[in-house]
Design a protein around this ligand. Structure first.
Ligand SMILES: CC(C)(COP(=O)(O)OP(=O)(O)OC[C@H]1O[C@@H](n2cnc3c(N)ncnc32)[C@H](O)[C@@H]1OP(=O)(O)O)[C@@H](O)C(=O)NCCC(=O)NCCS
Length: 157
């Protein structure tokens, strides 16, 4: 995958996703996941009031995260970077943004689930201070009639 740097001088920022961003988000979602969320899933989370934040550099979408507020905790439901912007150090900054979002809502813990086979994401989470605390057997669909475990991880805020 060809690595890209955002255009020089383009200001990077997090902005709330709007329905108009759906095509750009789906383009990344479908390129990075074997089992991507549907357009309807993103429309639902927007409708439900979950936070969907886009990481943009100028007009370019680098990635996004979806986070849900709970009681004293927050749940990271999705986080992704376009393949051409992976392995450039954006992920820890995105996780910081998630933690700041959660902390500002008085969450004590940030939780997430990750496919047991997604060892790369698990390593990124561990480096940012998440710890694995449980395993959910057969939590994810994984190809024809197959299931994959989820690793539950949490970060103290
Ligand atoms: C999960 C995800 C967001 C993490 O992003 P990432 O870019 O891979 O994460 P990092 O920025 O921490 O980079 C990871 C690797 O790049 C390296 N790296 C980080 N910054 C770098 C830089 N400036 N230059 C060169 N390499 C760098 C890291 O050392 C690390 O290397 P390693 O994997 O060999 O240990 C991304 O992989 C992704 O979108 N995956 C698909 C969707 C997904 O699985 N989401 C999680 C669902 S739970």
């Amino acid at each position: 995958m060809l690595k890209r740097k955002p255009q020089a001088g383009a200001e990077a920022s997090f902005v709330a996703m709007a329905l108009a961003d759906l095509d750009a988000v789906m383009d990344i979602e479908q390129r990075v996941y074997t089992h991507p969320w549907s357009r309807a899933s993103f429309a639902d989370v927007l409708e439900s009031g979950y936070a969907v934040q886009l990481l943009k550099a100028g007009d370019t979408l680098l990635g996004y995260f979806v986070v849900m507020e709970g009681v004293d905790e927050a749940h990271l439901l999705n986080i992704a970077l376009a393949p051409e912007y992976q392995r450039q150090g954006w992920a820890p900054l995105m996780l910081d943004a998630v933690a700041i979002w959660a902390r500002a809502r008085a969450a004590d813990w940030l939780w997430l689930e990750v496919r047991s086979g997604n060892t790369r994401a698990q390593a990124v989470y561990r480096r940012r201070g998440f710890e694995p605390v449980a395993r959910r057997t057969g939590y994810y669909a994984a190809g024809r009639c197959q299931r994959e475990d989820a690793v539950v991880m949490r970060l103290a805020l």
